[in-house]
Ligand binder design. Structure first.
Ligand code: ZN
Length: 138
């Protein structure tokens, strides 16, 4: 099955939003759904191997991916802390929780790094499609 290309002028629908979200969470190109966007875990290609979508659209573009990574790390971290407190109350293992917290907040962002980039690209593609006309073009 050939993945469906997301048209830049396609109406915003639940289906389109779900496709973009899926592509973001599965490290796929937001425009064509191609895989293999990363050469290594931390090394992303400059453009999509299928549709040639340029990934870094402008200087500072990946700030959004950093934000997505921080937000996801904090959400998972707080959820795990609350869950640990609830499951171990009234005697939570504070020492183990501190050690686990340090390890988690160092390791999880590294694990989530490529996902944060493709999630950010999908989010950006939803609101600012790559081929949309700019103010400079006609
Ligand atoms: Zn593509």
């Amino acid at each position: 099955m050939v993945p469906e290309t997301i048209n830049n002028y396609e109406r915003v629908t639940l289906s389109r939003t779900a496709r973009l979200a899926w592509r973001g969470w599965t490290k796929a190109c937001p425009r064509c759904g191609a895989r293999g966007l990363f050469m290594r875990w931390f090394t992303m290609r400059r453009q999509c191997p299928r549709c040639e979508l340029a990934f870094e659209r402008e200087e500072g573009y990946w700030t959004g991916a950093m934000g997505a990574n921080i937000i996801m790390t904090e959400l998972v971290f707080v959820s795990l802390m609350i869950l640990t407190f609830v499951l171990t109350w009234p005697d939570p293992p504070v020492r183990d929780m501190i050690i686990g917290s340090v390890l988690f907040t160092v390791l999880f962002p590294m694990f989530f790094y490529p996902f944060s980039k493709t999630i950010w690209m999908s989010f950006d593609h939803a609101f600012n499609p790559a081929d949309a006309p700019t103010e400079d073009s006609d």
